[in-house]
Design a protein around this ligand. Structure first.
Ligand code: FES
Length: 168
């Protein structure tokens, strides 16, 4: 059996209106409507792509980690977590029971903020695309998004930010 087209799957997962695949164009149109233009703008922590991705403010651990409740993934496969130190949020994706990845949304091409968009993370600046685990799917970016280790303890996921995000 063949896989559905990525855009269709993204729309189904992302909750976009019927017939509206989450596209770079739609994202740029939203930016334009907000008077922000379409260039690289640094942090846009509260923007969401077409897919509705929850944005969480984490609880800080004494060591500087970011703690989010696992029930945040009950209604969405991924969440954006505020990370002011980097000027961009971290995207945490649940791949299955107990399997999570956390990646900084800074595009490795020229540093724009990439946005979760269904089953991908898409950069609005020049169209690079990453998988939900941050691996490059489409250039011009050549390197994966910086990844952070995560720990699961009880009903909580902790992003270990002290490692500064590793490149794979
Ligand atoms: S900055 Fe992301 S594709 Fe260029």
């Amino acid at each position: 059996m063949s896989e559905p087209h990525e855009a269709g799957r993204a729309g189904a997962e992302g909750g976009c209106p019927a017939g509206e695949a989450p596209t770079r164009r739609a994202f740029l149109a939203r930016l334009s409507a907000m008077g922000m233009g379409a260039g690289c703008m640094g942090a846009l922590p509260l923007l969401e792509g077409c897919a509705s991705v929850p944005f969480l403010t984490p609880v800080r651990t004494p060591e500087g980690g970011l703690r989010v409740p696992l029930d945040a993934f009950d209604t969405a496969p991924g969440v954006l977590v505020d990370f002011p130190e980097a000027g961009m949020p971290i995207y945490v994706h649940r791949h299955g029971p107990g399997r999570f990845t956390a990646v900084l949304t800074r595009c490795t091409h020229q540093g724009c903020q990439a946005e979760p968009d269904g089953s991908r993370i898409v950069c609005p600046c020049h169209g690079s695309e990453y998988g939900p685990d941050g691996r490059v799917l489409k250039g011009p970016a050549e390197r994966d998004l910086a990844a952070f280790p995560v720990r699961i303890e009880g009903g909580t996921l902790t992003i270990v930010t002290t490692s500064r995000g590793s490149e794979r």
